[in-house]
Design a protein around this ligand. Sequence first.
Ligand SMILES: [Zn+2]
Ligand SMILES: [Zn+2]
Length: 141
Amino acid sequence: MGEEKTFKCPKCGNVVKLNDGLGMMWSSFDKSMFYRPKNSFDLNFYDELDKKMIDEVHRFIEESQDVLVADAYYQPYICKRCGKMESKLYFKIYGNDKTYIPKYFCECGNRYKKLTEKEQEHLHCDKCGTEMIKTDILFWD
Ligand SMILES: [Zn+2]
Ligand SMILES: [Zn+2]
């Protein structure tokens, strides 16, 4: 179960849509974390990742004996430099003694930070700085 929240800037009309939660396609991550030997490993969320991150994930899996994927869900992120907000797929892959967590970067080059629930109550337009209004919540699965 996931949700998509729509925020609108009352001043300039900028619209931001943020997803969080887990969709049907991720239901295998939902209840049970699972182990797989690395050669049968297949991330069905590759579509969500850019080439560089896929390479990193492959390298991580190569270096690990067994891997465990956990905590895959959509997560809103924010750039603390320019204020841009975007949802990305957050996940963790546990290897033997290391953990892989994706690092996402804003188009301005700064690293995205997770946007907390509390921060989501007061979002500011990245174009003009006005506090945005939540206009819609859509539930998806
Ligand atoms: Zn605005
Ligand atoms: Zn930025």
